[in-house]
Write a protein that binds this ligand. Structure first.
Ligand SMILES: [Zn+2]
Length: 134
């Protein structure tokens, strides 16, 4: 019984080490860009309100690494004039592979930024949180 436990632990350690080696993170090699097109009158470029009333921010991520990436995960925050966080959102690219140099679309949905809160958004930031290699 004791030996079986040791074998199990060894297998677990090897599995963790292998998964750590397999996918490297290239989040510093991904460039985020918010769409420069005005999508909604009176709102910043790249921003719009969906049919359900949420604030959305559209943009792209570009793979600046020299290896293909799996889904890129981004996180966004929306702030009011005082710098208070009005809402947060995370999303991943819809495609399952982003080749070197290629761009992929992202669409952040702020579920808590609805109604009058949308007009209070004065600043936003979008950053890459995960960009594992294939
Ligand atoms: Zn929505």
């Amino acid at each position: 019984m004791k030996r079986l436990g040791a074998v199990f632990v060894a297998v677990l350690v090897i599995t963790i080490m292998a998964s750590g080696l397999a996918a490297r993170d290239f989040k510093d090699k991904v460039k985020v860009e918010i769409e420069s097109v005005g999508l909604h009158p009176g709102m910043d470029p790249g921003m719009y309100v969906c049919a359900s009333g949420h604030l959305h921010i559209k943009g792209t991520v570009q793979n600046l690494a020299d290896v293909p990436l799996r889904q890129v995960k981004v996180a966004g925050r929306a702030f009011d004039a005082q710098g208070k966080v009005l809402g947060t959102a995370t999303t991943t690219t819809k495609v399952d592979k982003v080749a070197p140099g290629e761009t992929a679309e992202i669409n952040l949905e702020f579920l808590t930024v609805t109604g009058p809160a949308i007009q209070e958004v004065k600043r936003h930031e979008v950053r890459v949180v995960e960009a594992p290699s294939l």
